[in-house]
Design a protein around this ligand. Structure first.
Ligand code: MGD
Ligand code: MGD
Ligand code: SF4
Ligand code: MO
Length: 764
């Protein structure tokens, strides 16, 4: 056989499986797995019709994750002290017996609320990940649940308070209709919200549309896409946005007609901005002292935003992941309103997130989900399969926006995600709704990913039982009593739904059989259900049948079979979605779904809470972990912990191809570094009262003086003295939350010093 024929024959043996990537990064992209002899030998992505759903570097490197030596291969039982990392191999039978008997015992001795379900975004498929666990636990009486999303809780609160909905922002292709785009605390070249955003921004730039980045970091997006970078002191954005409002109002650049027709509360806002009562006009000079942004820059940006119409102000979630982050989001939303940049092509209603088209309306048949709660919205009398019995019928938290449906009205039995260590340690005596005895952890590297890791270790160690469902021995899994090996999305079927409103679905066809003894979350739950004496469950059906049932309400999937065959389904959209188009063009028939029916510049529902730290018009507020607090004398630097291009949170941190892309270093400005005799690549200690982490320094002008950046997601790896050698940002961050629910993971005071240790640089 000649060489060419041989190559052709070899190629014929390769089967291309249409599948996708569905980790929690805002993507959901096409992967084409080339499979030969049951092994993935290559991964390609979408090369077909536009708009393409192209995978990023992480999806393309996925082979190294599937075949990593570090994958969990068998069920494990703890054989040393908690956290010592000593485990023994056991059979599935033993492992599931042990999990089931602990669940039964804890339920019997303390009730279902003693079981804390700790879910995460590890897998974003409809079927695998957390879904089967939750459904199974509902059938045995439920569990204590958490509330708040680390991603966007502040933005969600603000979006609901201002517009009454999360469906804000125009479709990405509509950016080409803008005259100015402001990327405020938003780095879409790295931090993926959907596969196509950077491409649309690049097209906008090519078209000559001006792009400005406001960020303490000179991000990749600022470098590649923006014409101008405005560095700002972290956590001070509300001051700058309010100062922009000052310029706009005092120069009469606001859109009075829009304000009168579509908003309420402008007069009170104007009074505050002009300083009528507090005698502090929110002038650019006032804001300069707080933000470090020169007043001239603030004035120019305000004028440009108000006059270059239409303009898109896109406020990212990073600045909202701070103490009082909801104030920043509210301030940005209101700036869009007073300039009339809402409901029009090229504008953008900054809020929760952009939408592509109103899937919400397609799914609900024309009715909007959000708006004031009415009697007909009341839940059914008995909990359904999707309802957690522990929460069912429980009144909402008093401090939430409970009169609005569609988010931010959690049941008062729920615990904030960033507050659960105190809940474990203090229980009912400390005012929490439950005495937690067991953590049931699936799809999250919980310990690593939330505030105050050292407190987390203490809290988790105090529990009676911990089970972790994982693919790798993460820092969280290290603390478990039982660790169960889960397969990857290459080893099962699933459907991935992209973030709010993107017009496509991904069907993940199984590419290979499960490796080692790993099983899917669904398979494990099926087996565990039997041991928990659950007689009949939805989980008993075959994978594809469950997927058909779960996807049936999505009326925009016109052909399930086509989706399954191609590995994706792109929904045809007639024209770029413009959020609030109907509300602006036909206000009589489409009031805003707020309590007043208008955009709420002053929000009465917030005012009812009577909390000076949650004001009804957006205010800049300071706090204990801010640059001007007394604590800053000891810890003068502010820590930023954004998301990184080489990882999805902590997932993929241990992949060699991706480690090569960007070493995990702490970014420090030369001014701060030289004060401390720190040179580029020196090993440094970053510390505060909560912990200490050791990491090499990257001395760079790409970060504003006074701030340090440690990208979140590196794995906690303590030495004997409790110093983290893994560069885990959350050793330093705080737990707790802002009155509007924001996670203050970017509100952390720190100090740095040259590391006293000669310890070798670890795999960072
Ligand atoms: N300091 C700081 N911390 C942050 C943030 C920040 O900005 N700063 N961001 C926060 C945000 S927005 C988020 S969303 C969270 C994310 O935090 P997490 O939800 O904890 O996300 P990951 O770290 O990716 O952990 C997911 C885990 O799930 C596992 N996994 C993957 N697929 C599956 C599966 O199919 N089944 C099971 N059982 N497990 C699977 C992975 O191996 C991984 O260990 O992090 C938060 N943490
Ligand atoms: N590659 C990758 N993409 C991801 C993820 C990932 O882990 N990796 N995670 C996904 C998830 S779950 C989420 S929630 C989103 C998160 O999306 P975002 O919250 O938008 O992402 P971040 O990277 O945390 O923050 C965006 C920018 O905000 C800036 N920033 C932080 N604090 C401040 C501040 O006080 N003021 C200003 N002006 N800027 C500030 C940061 O420097 C950063 O450039 O990303 C998603 N996409
Ligand atoms: S990590 Fe996110 S952006 Fe990258 S391929 Fe996977 S889903 Fe797409
Ligand atoms: Mo997130």
């Amino acid at each position: 056989m000649d060489g060419w024929n041989k190559i052709a024959e070899e190629k014929n043996k390769v089967e291309i499986i249409n599948t996708g990537c569905c980790h929690d990064c805002g993507g959901r992209c096409v992967l084409k797995a080339h499979v030969k002899d049951g092994k993935i030998i290559r991964i390609e992505t979408d090369n077909e019709e536009e708009p393409q759903l192209r995978a990023c570097l992480r999806g393309r490197a996925y082979r190294q994750r599937v075949y990593s030596d570090e994958r969990l291969k068998y069920p494990l039982r703890r054989a040393g002290e908690r956290g010592e990392g000593i485990f023994e191999r056991i059979s599935w039978e033993e492992a599931l017996d042990e999990v089931a008997s602990n669940i039964k015992k804890i339920k019997k001795d303390y009730g279902n609320s003693a079981i804390l379900l700790v879910p995460g975004g590890g897998n974003q498929g409809m079927l695998h990940g957390i879904t089967p666990h939750a459904l199974m636990l509902h059938q045995i009486g439920g569990y204590t649940r958490m509330w708040g999303a680390p991603s966007y809780e502040g933005a969600l609160f603000a979006s609901m308070a201002t517009y009454g909905t999360m469906m804000t922002g125009n479709a990405r292709e509509d950016l080409l209709n803008s005259k100015l785009i402001i990327m405020w605390g938003w780095n879409p070249a790295n931090t993926i919200w959907d596969p196509g955003t950077s491409l649309w921004l690049a097209k906008a730039r090519e078209k000559g549309i001006k792009i400005i980045a406001v960020d303490p970091i000179f991000t990749d997006s600022a470098a590649v896409l923006a014409h101008e970078w405005i560095p700002i002191r972290p956590g001070t954005d509300t001051a700058m946005l309010n100062a922009m409002a000052y310029v706009i109002i005092s120069e009469n650049l606001h859109n009075q007609t829009f304000i009168e027709k579509f908003t309420i509360g402008f007069d009170r806002y104007k009074e505050y901005i002009l300083g009528i009562q507090d005698r502090q006009p929110k002038t650019p000079e006032w804001a300069e002292k707080i933000t470090k942004v020169p007043s001239k820059t603030i004035i120019n940006l305000a004028r440009e935003y108000a006059t270059r119409k239409p303009a898109a102000l896109i406020a990212g979630w990073g600045p909202a992941r701070t103490m009082f982050g909801e104030q920043y989001s509210r301030a940005a939303n209101i700036l869009c309103a007073i300039t009339g940049n809402i409901g029009i092509h090229g504008g953008y209603a900054s809020g929760f997130m952009r939408a592509y088209y109103s899937r919400e309306r397609i799914v609900t048949g024309g009715k909007k989900k959000s708006g004031p709660i009415k009697p007909e919205d009341e839940k059914p009398k008995k909990p359904r399969l999707q309802d957690n019995p522990v929460d069912f019928g429980v009144p909402p938290r008093e401090d939430s926006l409970y009169k609005l449906k569609g988010g931010t009205n959690p049941a008062s039995t729920r615990i904030h995600w960033n507050d659960y260590y105190n809940a474990i340690l203090e229980g009912r005596k400390g005012g929490y709704p439950a005495d937690i005895k067991m953590a049931y952890i699936a799809g999250t590297n919980r310990l690593n990913q939330y505030g105050d890791v050292n407190k987390g270790v203490k809290a988790l160690k105090s529990l009676d039982f911990i089970v972790v469902y994982e693919q790798f021995m993460t820092p969280t899994a290290q603390l478990a009593d039982i660790v169960l090996p889960v397969n990857t999305f290459m080893e099962r079927n699933d459907i991935a739904v992209p973030w709010l409103g993107s017009p496509y679905y991904i069907y993940l066809n199984k590419a290979i059989d499960s490796l080692y003894e790993s099983k899917s979350d669904l398979e494990i739950c099926k087996e565990l259900s039997k041991k928990l004496s659950i007689e009949k469950s939805l989980l008993d059906l075959p994978e594809d049948q469950i997927l058909r049932i779960l996807s049936a309400p999505r009326k925009d999937i016109k052909s399930y079979n086509k989706m399954k065959r191609d590995g994706y389904y792109k929904v045809k959209v007639e024209e770029p979605f413009v959020a609030f188009k109907e509300e602006i063009e036909d206000p009589d028939n489409y009031p805003f779904p707020t309590l007043s029916g208008k955009i709420e510049i002053y929000c009465e529902h917030i005012a009812e809470k009577n909390n000076p730290l949650m004001p009804p018009i957006p205010k800049y507020l300071t706090h204990e972990e801010h640059y001007d607090s007394p604590k800053a004398k000891r810890f003068p630097l502010q820590l930023l912990t954004p998301h990184n291009k080489r990882r999805t949170h902590s997932t993929l941190h241990n992949i060699p191809w991706l480690q090569e892309i960007e070493p995990h270093h702490a970014w420090i400005n030369p001014i701060d570094a030289s004060k401390r005799n720190i040179n580029n690549r020196d090993l440094i200690d970053i510390y505060n009262d909560r912990g200490r982490t050791r990491i090499p320094a990257k001395v760079t002008e790409r970060i504003i003086p006074g701030a340090v950046c440690v990208y979140q997601g590196a794995w906690y790896n303590p030495n004997k003295e409790g110093i983290d050698l893994g560069g885990c940002a959350n050793v330093l961050t705080q737990d707790g939350y802002s009155p509007g629910g924001s996670f203050p993971l970017n509100s952390t005071l720190i100090e740095i010093e040259l590391s006293p240790s000669n310890e070798k640089e670890l795999k960072l």
